[in-house]
Write a protein that binds this ligand. Structure first.
Ligand SMILES: C[S@@+](CC[C@H](N)C(=O)[O-])C[C@H]1O[C@@H](n2cnc3c(N)ncnc32)[C@H](O)[C@@H]1O
Length: 248
Protein backbone atom coordinates (compact mmCIF):
# COMPACT_ATOMS: atom_id res chain seq x y z
CA UNK A 1 0.00 0.00 0.00
CA UNK A 2 1.36 3.49 -0.90
CA UNK A 3 1.25 6.00 1.93
CA UNK A 4 -2.27 7.50 1.73
CA UNK A 5 -1.11 10.46 3.83
CA UNK A 6 1.02 11.69 0.91
CA UNK A 7 -1.98 12.29 -1.38
CA UNK A 8 -3.44 15.75 -2.18
CA UNK A 9 -6.83 14.39 -1.12
CA UNK A 10 -5.67 13.49 2.40
CA UNK A 11 -3.66 16.71 2.75
CA UNK A 12 -6.86 18.65 1.96
CA UNK A 13 -8.98 16.41 4.23
CA UNK A 14 -6.61 17.01 7.15
CA UNK A 15 -6.28 20.76 6.46
CA UNK A 16 -10.08 20.91 6.62
CA UNK A 17 -10.18 18.72 9.76
CA UNK A 18 -7.58 20.85 11.53
CA UNK A 19 -8.43 24.39 10.41
CA UNK A 20 -12.03 24.73 9.12
CA UNK A 21 -14.30 26.86 11.29
CA UNK A 22 -17.27 25.06 12.83
CA UNK A 23 -19.85 26.40 10.33
CA UNK A 24 -17.66 25.66 7.33
CA UNK A 25 -16.81 22.20 8.68
CA UNK A 26 -20.42 21.16 9.24
CA UNK A 27 -21.74 22.75 6.03
CA UNK A 28 -25.11 23.06 7.78
CA UNK A 29 -25.28 19.41 8.90
CA UNK A 30 -26.40 18.86 12.53
CA UNK A 31 -23.07 17.50 13.77
CA UNK A 32 -22.38 16.74 17.45
CA UNK A 33 -20.60 19.87 18.70
CA UNK A 34 -18.52 17.96 21.24
CA UNK A 35 -16.78 16.12 18.38
CA UNK A 36 -15.53 19.28 16.64
CA UNK A 37 -12.01 20.74 16.97
CA UNK A 38 -10.33 17.47 17.98
CA UNK A 39 -6.72 18.67 17.34
CA UNK A 40 -7.38 21.60 19.71
CA UNK A 41 -9.10 19.47 22.36
CA UNK A 42 -6.31 16.89 22.58
CA UNK A 43 -4.18 19.76 23.86
CA UNK A 44 -6.70 21.68 25.98
CA UNK A 45 -8.31 18.49 27.33
CA UNK A 46 -5.20 16.47 28.11
CA UNK A 47 -2.22 18.75 28.76
CA UNK A 48 -1.44 20.14 32.21
CA UNK A 49 0.03 23.48 31.18
CA UNK A 50 0.27 24.64 34.81
CA UNK A 51 3.55 22.66 34.83
CA UNK A 52 4.96 25.24 32.31
CA UNK A 53 6.50 22.73 29.89
CA UNK A 54 9.40 24.25 27.92
CA UNK A 55 9.86 21.68 25.15
CA UNK A 56 7.14 19.67 23.41
CA UNK A 57 7.03 16.95 20.77
CA UNK A 58 3.93 16.33 18.62
CA UNK A 59 4.32 12.91 17.01
CA UNK A 60 2.22 12.28 13.91
CA UNK A 61 1.48 16.01 13.82
CA UNK A 62 -0.06 15.83 10.31
CA UNK A 63 -0.72 19.39 9.09
CA UNK A 64 0.16 20.82 12.47
CA UNK A 65 -2.87 22.16 14.32
CA UNK A 66 -2.01 20.59 17.70
CA UNK A 67 1.60 21.80 17.35
CA UNK A 68 0.31 25.34 16.75
CA UNK A 69 -1.97 25.02 19.79
CA UNK A 70 0.99 23.89 21.92
CA UNK A 71 2.96 26.94 20.71
CA UNK A 72 0.54 29.27 22.52
CA UNK A 73 2.22 28.38 25.82
CA UNK A 74 5.30 26.29 25.05
CA UNK A 75 8.44 28.02 23.70
CA UNK A 76 9.94 25.09 21.81
CA UNK A 77 7.69 22.72 19.86
CA UNK A 78 8.77 20.00 17.43
CA UNK A 79 6.16 18.50 15.10
CA UNK A 80 7.16 15.22 13.42
CA UNK A 81 5.24 13.36 10.74
CA UNK A 82 6.09 10.58 8.32
CA UNK A 83 4.27 12.34 5.47
CA UNK A 84 6.44 14.84 3.58
CA UNK A 85 3.26 16.31 2.03
CA UNK A 86 1.72 16.98 5.46
CA UNK A 87 4.95 18.58 6.72
CA UNK A 88 5.16 20.78 3.59
CA UNK A 89 1.61 22.00 4.24
CA UNK A 90 2.41 22.69 7.92
CA UNK A 91 5.51 24.66 6.89
CA UNK A 92 3.53 26.75 4.38
CA UNK A 93 1.02 27.57 7.12
CA UNK A 94 3.86 28.51 9.45
CA UNK A 95 5.51 30.76 6.81
CA UNK A 96 2.40 32.36 5.25
CA UNK A 97 -0.31 31.93 7.88
CA UNK A 98 -2.53 30.26 5.28
CA UNK A 99 -2.65 27.61 2.59
CA UNK A 100 -5.25 26.87 -0.07
CA UNK A 101 -6.42 23.46 -1.24
CA UNK A 102 -9.45 21.77 -2.74
CA UNK A 103 -11.68 19.59 -0.57
CA UNK A 104 -14.21 17.08 -1.85
CA UNK A 105 -17.77 18.34 -2.06
CA UNK A 106 -19.21 15.19 -3.67
CA UNK A 107 -17.84 12.70 -6.19
CA UNK A 108 -15.34 14.52 -8.41
CA UNK A 109 -16.62 17.96 -7.46
CA UNK A 110 -14.09 19.88 -5.39
CA UNK A 111 -14.39 23.19 -3.62
CA UNK A 112 -11.69 25.71 -2.64
CA UNK A 113 -10.72 25.87 1.01
CA UNK A 114 -8.17 28.17 2.61
CA UNK A 115 -6.78 27.01 5.94
CA UNK A 116 -5.72 29.94 8.14
CA UNK A 117 -3.75 29.95 11.37
CA UNK A 118 -5.86 30.98 14.34
CA UNK A 119 -4.80 34.09 16.25
CA UNK A 120 -2.53 33.69 19.25
CA UNK A 121 -0.43 30.79 17.97
CA UNK A 122 3.30 31.36 17.54
CA UNK A 123 4.85 29.65 14.52
CA UNK A 124 8.33 30.94 15.37
CA UNK A 125 8.31 28.52 18.31
CA UNK A 126 7.72 25.46 16.10
CA UNK A 127 9.91 23.29 13.89
CA UNK A 128 8.24 20.75 11.64
CA UNK A 129 10.21 17.82 10.31
CA UNK A 130 9.57 14.55 8.56
CA UNK A 131 10.41 11.50 10.61
CA UNK A 132 9.32 8.07 11.69
CA UNK A 133 7.88 7.98 15.20
CA UNK A 134 9.19 4.43 15.55
CA UNK A 135 12.74 5.34 14.45
CA UNK A 136 13.30 8.89 15.65
CA UNK A 137 16.72 10.44 15.17
CA UNK A 138 18.99 9.59 18.08
CA UNK A 139 19.83 13.24 18.88
CA UNK A 140 16.21 14.35 19.27
CA UNK A 141 16.65 14.81 23.05
CA UNK A 142 14.03 14.79 25.79
CA UNK A 143 10.75 16.65 26.13
CA UNK A 144 8.58 17.99 28.95
CA UNK A 145 5.51 17.06 26.93
CA UNK A 146 5.03 14.41 24.24
CA UNK A 147 1.74 14.17 22.35
CA UNK A 148 0.76 11.31 20.05
CA UNK A 149 -2.83 11.81 18.84
CA UNK A 150 -4.49 9.14 16.71
CA UNK A 151 -1.09 7.75 15.82
CA UNK A 152 -0.59 4.40 17.60
CA UNK A 153 -2.97 2.38 15.42
CA UNK A 154 -1.47 3.83 12.23
CA UNK A 155 2.03 2.48 12.99
CA UNK A 156 3.37 -0.83 11.63
CA UNK A 157 5.02 -1.53 15.00
CA UNK A 158 3.49 0.63 17.73
CA UNK A 159 5.49 -1.22 20.41
CA UNK A 160 8.65 0.39 19.05
CA UNK A 161 7.28 3.86 19.83
CA UNK A 162 6.03 2.75 23.26
CA UNK A 163 9.50 1.38 24.06
CA UNK A 164 11.14 4.72 23.16
CA UNK A 165 8.73 6.88 25.20
CA UNK A 166 10.47 6.55 28.59
CA UNK A 167 13.61 8.00 26.99
CA UNK A 168 11.72 10.81 25.19
CA UNK A 169 9.74 12.14 28.16
CA UNK A 170 11.85 13.86 30.82
CA UNK A 171 11.28 12.73 34.44
CA UNK A 172 8.16 14.55 35.69
CA UNK A 173 7.20 15.32 32.08
CA UNK A 174 3.87 14.41 30.55
CA UNK A 175 2.85 11.97 27.87
CA UNK A 176 -0.46 12.68 26.14
CA UNK A 177 -1.93 9.81 24.17
CA UNK A 178 -5.15 9.68 22.21
CA UNK A 179 -6.12 6.61 20.26
CA UNK A 180 -9.35 5.04 19.01
CA UNK A 181 -7.54 1.66 18.85
CA UNK A 182 -8.78 1.30 15.25
CA UNK A 183 -6.53 -1.62 14.43
CA UNK A 184 -6.40 -2.32 10.69
CA UNK A 185 -4.13 -4.94 9.08
CA UNK A 186 -3.28 -2.51 6.25
CA UNK A 187 -1.50 -0.30 8.79
CA UNK A 188 -0.52 -2.77 11.54
CA UNK A 189 -0.17 -6.53 11.14
CA UNK A 190 -2.34 -8.17 13.83
CA UNK A 191 0.67 -9.67 15.60
CA UNK A 192 1.83 -6.09 16.29
CA UNK A 193 -1.46 -4.76 17.69
CA UNK A 194 -1.35 -3.60 21.31
CA UNK A 195 -4.16 -5.82 22.62
CA UNK A 196 -7.30 -6.00 20.49
CA UNK A 197 -7.13 -9.77 19.86
CA UNK A 198 -8.84 -12.67 21.59
CA UNK A 199 -5.49 -13.77 23.05
CA UNK A 200 -4.25 -10.33 24.09
CA UNK A 201 -7.43 -8.78 25.52
CA UNK A 202 -8.33 -5.11 25.76
CA UNK A 203 -6.09 -2.58 24.04
CA UNK A 204 -6.34 -0.18 26.97
CA UNK A 205 -5.20 -2.87 29.44
CA UNK A 206 -2.35 -3.86 27.13
CA UNK A 207 -1.28 -0.20 26.79
CA UNK A 208 -1.34 0.23 30.58
CA UNK A 209 0.83 -2.87 31.06
CA UNK A 210 3.50 -1.36 28.80
CA UNK A 211 3.39 2.18 30.22
CA UNK A 212 2.85 1.64 33.95
CA UNK A 213 6.47 0.67 34.83
CA UNK A 214 7.61 4.08 33.56
CA UNK A 215 4.58 6.38 33.76
CA UNK A 216 1.80 7.14 36.23
CA UNK A 217 -1.68 7.56 34.79
CA UNK A 218 -3.13 10.98 35.73
CA UNK A 219 -6.13 11.40 33.47
CA UNK A 220 -8.25 9.30 31.13
CA UNK A 221 -11.10 10.65 29.02
CA UNK A 222 -12.99 9.97 25.81
CA UNK A 223 -12.29 12.42 23.01
CA UNK A 224 -14.79 12.26 20.14
CA UNK A 225 -13.67 13.39 16.70
CA UNK A 226 -15.16 13.95 13.26
CA UNK A 227 -13.27 13.85 9.97
CA UNK A 228 -15.17 15.01 6.88
CA UNK A 229 -14.80 12.75 3.84
CA UNK A 230 -17.27 14.76 1.73
CA UNK A 231 -20.10 17.14 2.43
CA UNK A 232 -22.47 14.33 3.41
CA UNK A 233 -20.07 11.80 4.95
CA UNK A 234 -18.14 12.12 8.19
CA UNK A 235 -16.07 9.61 10.17
CA UNK A 236 -17.21 9.77 13.80
CA UNK A 237 -14.77 8.18 16.23
CA UNK A 238 -13.95 8.21 19.93
CA UNK A 239 -10.32 8.39 20.85
CA UNK A 240 -9.34 7.29 24.31
CA UNK A 241 -7.28 10.16 25.68
CA UNK A 242 -4.85 9.81 28.56
CA UNK A 243 -2.22 11.83 30.39
CA UNK A 244 0.72 10.02 31.94
CA UNK A 245 3.53 11.48 34.04
CA UNK A 246 7.03 10.09 33.66
CA UNK A 247 8.18 8.56 36.93
CA UNK A 248 11.42 10.04 38.28
C1 LIG B 1 -4.80 9.55 11.91
S1 LIG B 1 -3.57 10.76 11.54
C2 LIG B 1 -3.57 11.75 13.01
C3 LIG B 1 -2.97 13.12 12.78
C4 LIG B 1 -3.06 14.10 13.94
N1 LIG B 1 -2.24 13.72 15.08
C5 LIG B 1 -4.47 14.31 14.35
O1 LIG B 1 -4.80 14.00 15.50
O2 LIG B 1 -5.25 14.82 13.53
C6 LIG B 1 -2.07 9.83 11.66
C7 LIG B 1 -0.85 10.65 11.35
O3 LIG B 1 0.31 9.88 11.66
C8 LIG B 1 1.24 10.02 10.63
N2 LIG B 1 2.12 8.84 10.65
C9 LIG B 1 1.85 7.60 10.20
N3 LIG B 1 2.90 6.78 10.42
C10 LIG B 1 3.84 7.53 11.04
C11 LIG B 1 5.14 7.28 11.54
N4 LIG B 1 5.71 6.08 11.44
N5 LIG B 1 5.83 8.30 12.09
C12 LIG B 1 5.29 9.52 12.20
N6 LIG B 1 4.06 9.83 11.75
C13 LIG B 1 3.34 8.85 11.18
C14 LIG B 1 0.41 10.18 9.36
O4 LIG B 1 1.16 10.74 8.31
C15 LIG B 1 -0.72 11.05 9.89
O5 LIG B 1 -0.37 12.39 9.83
Amino acid sequence: MGNPYESDKLVAEYLFFHYAGEKEFSGGMPLPEEALNFPVRVVTGLADLSLSPRRALDLGCAVGRSSFELSRQIPDVLGVDFSAAFIRAADVLKANGEISCKVVLEGERLVDFTARLPSGVNGSRICFETGDATALRTDIGTFDLVLAANLLCRLPEPARLLARLPELVAPGGQLLLATPFSWLPEYTAPEHWIGGRAATGSSWDALCRVLEPHFELQLRKDLPFLIREHSRKFQYGFSLGSRWVRRA
